[in-house]
Ligand binder design. Structure first.
Ligand code: MD3
Ligand code: FE
Length: 201
């Protein structure tokens, strides 16, 4: 395993996943998406996000007229599928072999999709890190500070990269400015998938 790059307390494991491992995860995610299809969450302003999402695990992330929250069911009324084993294995290797994350949020970026700067703070215990897996096209990740504004750093996340956000970094503002559509052949229709594993309760 390559040593991680430490940037503002984030740990970035470049090329953590082999091509075969990436293909195995993409295959498993097709099963998740057939039970829990991707959807476009609504922003508080009533405009759909450009990123489409779904989840696996006990909880998924939803947003509707009542706001954003973790929920036990997909908008279609079904419980979320299990987090695929090869995804759970990454958490067990890099974070904790005993504690299980309760949500795997799946973000899909088609051409032109982006995610504005935000904090992730709807989880009960910020002592648990968030682990992110990038698959498919490259994405320009931007990280800032624990309050809005100030100096930021940017890094391209590529297919197979894994990032662990713990410590002070856990509450930093972050977002995806853009993707390089067509930069990877991993996904059949192109675009970028990002998985985030979270302890919620
Ligand atoms: C830093 N996703 O789903 S992953 C998100 O690439 C999200 O789709 C981005 O931000 C994506 O909330 C970035 C890297 C990431 C994820 C969660 C974090 C960085 C984080 C939580 C706290 C701090
Ligand atoms: Fe986030």
């Amino acid at each position: 395993m390559n040593n991680p790059i430490a940037l503002r307390g984030f740990k970035i494991y470049k090329d953590f996943l082999s091509q075969e491992a990436q293909e195995g995860i993409v295959h498993a995610l097709r099963g998740v998406q057939s039970a829990a299809p991707l959807f476009s969450p609504m922003t508080p302003y009533g405009k759909p996000m450009s990123v489409r999402m779904t989840s696996a695990g006990k909880y998924g992330w939803i947003s509707d007229k009542n706001g954003y929250r973790y929920a036990l069911q997909h908008p279609n009324g079904t419980v979320w599928p299990d987090i695929p084993d090869p995804v759970m294995n990454i958490w067990q290797r890099l974070v904790d072999p005993h504690k299980r994350p309760e949500c795997c949020l799946i973000n899909y970026y088609q051409e032109g999709a982006r995610m504005g700067m935000h904090q992730d703070r709807d989880e009960a215990d910020f002592d648990w890190p968030v682990l992110s897996v990038s698959l498919g096209d490259e994405g320009l990740f931007r990280i800032g500070n624990s309050t809005r504004g100030g100096k930021t750093d940017s890094i391209w996340l590529r297919s197979g990269d894994v990032v662990v956000m713990g410590g002070a970094a856990r509450l930093c503002y972050h977002g995806i400015d853009r993707i390089r559509f067509g930069s990877s052949t991993l996904l059949q229709h192109g675009g970028r998938l990002n998985l985030t594993l979270r302890v919620v309760d």
